[in-house]
Design a protein around this ligand. Structure first.
Ligand code: SF4
Length: 255
């Protein structure tokens, strides 16, 4: 699979889209909020626990994608991937098309979240200005591909989006070296993200419940054990500073 590290070339009024669908946001500040998810193609990483088919995209005109979004009631739009920040100019243009199409119905104006692994540089410009929430989830150690991660890029992205960002750390509590890496990184990241917007989420490397869309009871039990262990660990390591939450969409078999 190709590895991308920088924003990609314009596509002439099209987005590379894997899927657009309505569901409930399962993570972070907007957990539980009905949301439209627009998943773009391509990613700069190849994580071990990846649960998305980001290499199966089709090209769709901005107006067609906007029409699908507007055809649903949810007013929270999540741009996810793959890695959506590979498509910053295109997504900026798409959001202009969406906002213009929404003008006749102000109730349709969307709050926009971008979900990113944080390892692609974010550029100043219309896209940066239009996004309401930047949700970064750096992929650490056994979960991610650290050889592609430049932590100074993640820090610069956090600095650029200060006041409009959140951090999600997905961790297996049974992998102490990953826990150490995250806490070491957070010593630098903490100045850009208030504690209330830092979330820890369990990852279960043994049963791989995270890649199942319809986990069985055994998987869920195992996941909840990891949640309990991670909650204790984070409380001890951080002196009760951070929240530890499950990924709701995984537990509830939401898409
Ligand atoms: S960054 Fe996300 S989409 Fe990309 S490979 Fe990793 S888990 Fe999958």
């Amino acid at each position: 699979m190709p590895t991308y590290t920088q924003p990609l070339k314009p596509l002439g009024g099209h987005l590379k889209i894997v899927e657009i669908f309505e569901t409930v946001q399962g993570e972070g500040k907007y957990a539980g909020v009905p949301s439209m998810f627009l998943r773009t193609g391509a990613c700069n990483l190849e994580c071990a626990g990846c649960d998305t088919k980001w290499d199966r995209w089709s090209e769709m005109p901005y107006a067609e994608a906007a029409a699908i979004v507007l055809d649903h009631k949810s007013s929270h739009l999540v741009l996810t991937g793959g890695e959506p920040t590979l498509w910053q100019p295109q997504l900026g243009e798409f959001l202009e098309v969406l906002d213009t199409a929404s003008e006749s119905q102000p109730a349709n104006f969307h709050t926009v979240t971008v979900e990113s692994n944080g390892a692609v540089p974010i550029r100043a410009g219309a896209f940066l200005n239009r996004v309401d929430l930047w949700s970064f989830s750096p992929k650490v150690g056994t979960l991610g591909r650290e050889e592609y991660f430049h932590w100074e890029v993640v820090l610069e992205n956090l600095r650029l989006t200060e006041g409009q960002n959140q951090l999600k750390y997905v961790l297996d509590p049974n992998v102490p070296e990953d826990v150490d890496r995250v806490f070491k990184f957070h010593e630098q990241a903490q100045i850009f993200v208030p504690d209330e917007f830092v979330y820890f989420q369990p990852y279960d490397t043994e049963t791989l419940v995270n890649i199942l869309h319809a986990p069985g009871l055994d998987d869920i039990t195992s996941y909840l054990r990891r949640l309990t262990a991670l909650t204790k660990l984070v409380a001890e390591r951080s002196e009760q500073r951070f929240r530890v939450l499950p990924q709701l969409h995984k537990l509830l078999s939401y898409r």
